[in-house]
Write a protein that binds this ligand. Structure first.
Ligand code: ADP
Ligand code: MG
Length: 712
């Protein structure tokens, strides 16, 4: 029985057993919209942890289903246990004491326990010395977990799920323990208890899936799905419940996208007519031949620009695939018919880089096409000049950062708005950028360097049309990628030294620490100190992490060659061109997604220098190395993204939370046919009733998603 599955119960149903074990209920919240503070025995810390998970009301609590189950079946007599099996035992404590591990001196509780038949075994709870005080000889416990052979002979359990058994018998352990997403000191058991106390409210949940859709796809009702999702009778129940929740979420998202699309489609943009001479002039002075993928994307864009309906397109191509040239080609066309273009980038360095590239691409062929930069770090006189130039229509292309939307910037005749690294901006920011236009709505082009599979793009950015740039300009040397076990670290350091001696620069990326920017920053600081004092004492090292104020300054200095090795956390997207950097060393590479590693690798090999990506695995297991080897074997970002999605699910690929999608919706994305079915249903619903007045629950849910997700 895998930890995600759930067995079919035998004679006594799980719920009947639970019913028997149920203690008298404390006073309960009776409303779905009651805040979680009204839940029984909830602490303020619990409330905070729940809020972190986005759960503030009973309704939200109920709508979050477990993502898996711990299941250990019927109790086993100790005498029948075998090593390396999952088991559940019912025991009494014989003795318990605090001990230290021999090597590291870590505190633990060690207990001897005995079952009814008198057989005994050892139980160890690492890092939980306090348990020794809580356990008295004779206490009854239900334990569930993996059985191992003890180093000193016999069998033992380590850190099992532990539950004290009272006169009602065990309630969770050994029955079924749902696994919920957690934060802080929450436990799945606490969540399960709150769910149990409020599950009777499930009937009041309004179903957002219209009845006819539900029946044609054989979906559970929302109330059923919530009940069975939290407290299933069979494996099948739980699976169906999750499928239904995933379906609903995708439907809400697609409905939201379609409504957004519809809103945009009634807006009017100024059509930008196609002129052959413009693209000819653009290509003539570019200095390189456009790739086929770039030509295709430019053509997609030109077709959109000719329409009265504003363009709403996502340009997705790996780092270095040449997205800027596509945006420049669009800007040239806009300029030709007297319209301005604005380009927003997430950082000042990127904005500056854009300034240089756009100038290089456009000024030779279009002498009248002025390109200007607006960032907050400019002398105020210069800022004023740029603002004037934009407002008068003199400046044809305005590049900048957030400063573009924060300051009082107006463009006389904005025709095209471009956002680079679009996921770094919120919905509102993108909307504000579009509003810079004095007249109608500008055409909109979003760019991203995160290759994502088509199906995922549809699910996440369903209101945008997609152009892929799945081809690199010729002559790029692929980055030589090597997967290394921890023992190879010295070899990696030698290579670093060799490159620095040759005048090159190096990135060292510290391991990803899940969900803690603080810990990650601290770990990076420690690594920085270690490298600085023990490994590369003679080199110039710099550190950058997410908790630092002046990340940009560190990056700028590195780019200017003021340090040899930059130690960075994964939080810092090193989204900057440092053509002189030739080594990307990633520590703890196995903790990253393949697509993420690919992104990091993209930071080197920007010039024609021979470049290296060294992936150091913390976990040198075969599976882990094989997974990493994929990155070494291909430089196709779309392929790695696809692999990631198959191997670890879409959530891992992008960070589900970041996109406000639940893991069950992400899970359903592994079935691309489902997504297109959902899309069709959403299209039919919106076509029949554009404002979804007939389906208010769906409408509300979709509106909520529009607010929360990153759709533009
Ligand atoms: P992206 O923004 O997609 O990461 P850029 O637009 O910054 O990539 O392009 C990366 C580099 O490749 C730039 O130096 C650019 O001038 C160059 N480049 C773009 N397209 C081509 C091409 N078709 N052939 C050769 N070099 C190109
Ligand atoms: Mg770029």
């Amino acid at each position: 029985m895998g930890s995600n599955g759930r067995p079919t119960r035998g004679a006594t149903s799980w719920r009947q057993q639970r019913e028997r074990a149920r203690a008298p209920r404390p006073r309960l919240p009776v409303r779905l919209d009651a805040p979680v503070t009204e839940l029984p025995r909830i602490t303020t810390a619990d409330v905070r942890s729940l809020r972190k998970l986005g759960l503030q009301t009973v309704r939200e609590l109920l709508l979050q289903l477990p993502f898996g189950w711990e299941s250990f079946g019927a109790p086993t007599p100790i005498a029948d246990l075998t090593a390396k099996s999952e088991a559940r035992v019912l025991v009494r404590v014989v003795s318990a004491q605090v001990k230290r591990t021999p090597r590291r001196g870590m505190l633990l509780t060690e207990a001897v326990v005995a079952d009814e038949l008198g057989s005994t075994m050892k139980v160890v709870w690492f890092r939980q010395p306090y348990r020794a005080d809580q356990l008295r000889a004779g206490d009854r416990l239900a334990l569930a977990g993996t059985v191992r052979s003890s180093r000193y002979g016999g069998l033992e359990m380590q850190n099992p799920h532990t539950e004290r058994v009272d006169e009602h018998g065990p309630r969770w352990v050994g029955e079924l323990m749902p696994k919920y997403h957690l934060s802080g000191k929450l436990t799945s058991r606490k969540v399960a208890t709150w769910v149990d106390a409020t599950l009777h409210l499930a009937d009041q949940l309004e179903d957002e899936i219209p009845e006819h859709v539900r029946s044609s796809h054989h979906l559970l009702s929302l109330a059923e799905a919530v009940r069975l999702g939290h407290q299933p009778e069979t494996d099948e129940d739980w699976r169906r419940a999750r499928d239904r929740m995933g379906f609903a979420e995708l439907l809400e998202l697609q409905a939201a996208f379609l409504m957004a699309r519809q809103r945009i489609s009634v807006e009017r943009a100024t059509p930008i007519p196609y002129r052959q001479e413009v693209i000819d002039a653009f290509k003539a002075r570019l200095g390189f031949e456009l790739t086929r993928a770039q030509k295709r994307a430019i053509w997609d864009v030109y077709k959109d620009l000719q329409q009265e309906v504003p363009m709403n397109r996502l340009l997705d191509g790996d780092v270095g695939s040449g997205k800027t040239a596509v945006a420049a080609a669009a800007a040239a066309m806009a300029h030709h018919c007297g319209l301005q273009t604005v380009v927003m980038a997430p950082t000042e360095i990127l904005a500056r880089q854009h300034l240089h590239k756009f100038r290089a691409y456009l000024e030779p062929s279009f002498p009248g096409l002025g390109v200007e930069l607006l960032i907050s770090d400019l002398p105020s006189a210069e800022r004023r000049r740029v603002r004037m130039s934009a407002a008068s229509g003199h400046c044809a292309l305005l590049v900048g950062t957030h400063a573009l939307i924060e300051e009082d910037v107006q463009l006389a005749s904005l025709g095209l708005a471009v956002v680079d690294e679009q996921h770094r901006f919120g919905t509102r920011q993108r909307e504000l950028l579009r509003q810079k236009s004095a007249g109608g709505r500008p055409h909109f082009l979003a760019m991203t360097a995160t290759p994502i599979p088509r199906s995922l793009a549809l699910a996440l950015y369903g209101e945008l049309t997609l152009s892929l740039i799945d081809e690199m300009p010729p002559g790029r040397r692929p980055v030589e990628t090597q997967v290394m076990a921890p023992d190879d670290r010295d070899t990696a350091y030698e290579l670093v030294r060799r490159e620095v001696r040759a005048g090159r620069q190096v990135f060292v990326i510290c391991p990803l620490i899940e969900a803690s920017e603080n810990l990650e920053a601290r770990a990076a600081t420690v690594e920085f100190e270690r490298l600085r004092t023990q490994v590369f004492a003679d080199l110039r090292l710099a550190l950058v992490h997410g908790k630092m104020r002046d990340k940009d300054a560190v990056m700028r200095a590195f780019r200017a060659g003021e340090s040899d090795v930059l130690i960075a956390t994964s939080v810092v997207e090193v989204g900057v061109d440092v053509p002189n950097a030739t080594v990307m060393l990633v520590e703890g590479a196995d903790r990253f997604g393949l697509a993420q590693l690919h992104q990091l690798r993209g930071r080197v090999g920007r010039a024609s220098l021979r470049s290296y990506c060294l992936l150091l695995a913390d976990d040198p297991s075969k599976t882990s190395l094989r997974r990493l080897q994929l990155v070494a074997d291909t430089s196709d970002g779309f392929r790695l993204a696809q692999e990631d999605m198959q191997l670890r699910g879409a959530g891992e690929l992008l960070g589900a939370r970041q996109h406000g999608m639940s893991d069950q919706a992400m899970a359903s994305l592994r079935r691309p046919e489902l997504l297109s079915e959902v899309r069709q249903e959403a299209e039919a619903l919106v076509a029949a009733d554009p404002d979804l007045t007939r389906w208010p629950a769906l409408w509300r849910a979709a509106e909520l998603r529009l607010e929360r997700t990153s759709v533009s």
